[in-house]
Ligand binder design. Structure first.
Ligand code: SF4
Ligand code: FES
Length: 329
């Protein structure tokens, strides 16, 4: 099981070391020097050594520290998931469910920012930003010149409005895909649909600017959104250009390859009952490590006898009904 990461992005040079969500305990430094590291360390910024032993969720200290990090990240983050376009694919939402606590001890007013118009395609909702720097690195490394960055410090830190200049770059749309929260969203998709109602499909086209391999988010025949494909770590596989992302919104623009593989645990896999959508690699079982099965993957038949164990939900076409579980079926 990999530690969660909110700022590290393997494809962006210099990323990592900002959010502290990836803290781990190094219980043995290396074969040469087996002393444990005195403090928890950010795994994205720690060099692996021969013989190093690292504790992730098996360490109480790590679990406790992560709760604190989530609480910090949520200090200023609005709880507007019901109206946020990122809901359902938000790293912070997932992190809070998996590692957070139910409440906060924060009593002050959350910081807020005035809305800024940064062009026709990308919406910046600074109030939701967690200052991970990913968008800054993306613009810096994918575009010809750096046009935006973080201004001010501490509570006043903000993504600069110069972003609207770099919007002219044909790869700038990728900042939407790297943003772990709903601070940068696609204006052409905004408020049009909830992501779990759409069906992700892999498709490609012959694009003169990028390699044209994308993911279409469809409902029926309609293409609601185009994004880059993401790998098992939730990172973009190949950067895509603005033309593919914002202007090719018809099925005739694309050669459809087939349904995208979506993690079983993701809310996006809900509603996909047949075919291979929703199948995902079995999570790496931690039962060998902690000696019991993780709660997240428990088999419903071991705790409930409501459904017949020989009826597999994944094989039922469409939503399940009581008829599907009748004895004589
Ligand atoms: S806008 Fe998004 S990607 Fe950019 S720093 Fe804020 S959270 Fe990170
Ligand atoms: S992912 Fe390591 S510090 Fe943010």
């Amino acid at each position: 099981m990999t530690p969660p990461a909110m700022c590290y992005y393997s494809k962006l040079q210099g990323s990592g070391g900002k959010c502290r969500t990836c803290l781990v305990e190094v219980s043995k430094g290396s074969e040469k020097d087996p002393r444990p590291m005195p403090k928890l360390v950010a795994s994205c910024r720690t060099t692996v050594m021969d013989g190093m032993e690292v504790k992730n969720i098996t360490s109480e200290k790590v679990v406790d520290a992560r709760k604190g990090v989530v609480e910090f990240l949520l200090l200023n983050h609005p709880l507007d998931c019901p109206v946020c376009d990122q809901a359902g694919e938000c790293d912070l939402q997932n992190l809070s469910y998996e590692h957070g606590t139910e409440g906060t001890r924060y009593e002050f007013k959350r910081r807020t920012f005035e809305k800024e118009d940064i062009g026709p395609y990308i919406s910046l909702h600074m109030t939701r930003c967690i200052m991970c720097f990913r968008c800054v690195f993306t613009a810096d490394q994918l575009t010809q010149k750096r046009e935006h960055g973080i201004l001010e410090r501490g509570d006043h830190a903000t993504i600069s409005t110069m972003l609207n200049k770099s919007l002219e770059n044909e790869f700038i749309g990728n900042v939407i895909d790297v943003c772990p929260v709903g601070a940068l969203t696609d204006k052409t998709f905004r408020f049009k649909n909830r992501v779990w109602f759409t069906k992700p499909v892999d498709a490609h086209r012959d694009c003169p600017t990028c390699n044209g391999k994308v993911r279409l988010w469809m409902r029926g025949e309609e293409v609601f959104r185009v994004t880059a494909r993401k790998d098992q770590w939730g990172e973009v596989e190949d950067w895509i250009c603005n033309d593919c992302r914002f202007h090719k919104k018809e099925t005739k623009d694309w050669v459809i390859e087939g349904p995208s593989l979506i993690r079983r645990s993701s809310v996006i896999s809900q509603g996909h009952y047949a075919g291979n959508v929703g199948t995902a690699p079995t999570p790496i079982l931690i039962d060998k490590v902690i000696g019991k099965k993780p709660k997240l993957t428990l088999d419903i038949h071991t705790v409930s006898d409501v459904n017949r164990p020989d009826v597999h939900l994944s094989e039922i076409e469409g939503p399940a009904h009581s008829d599907d579980f009748k004895k004589n079926k």
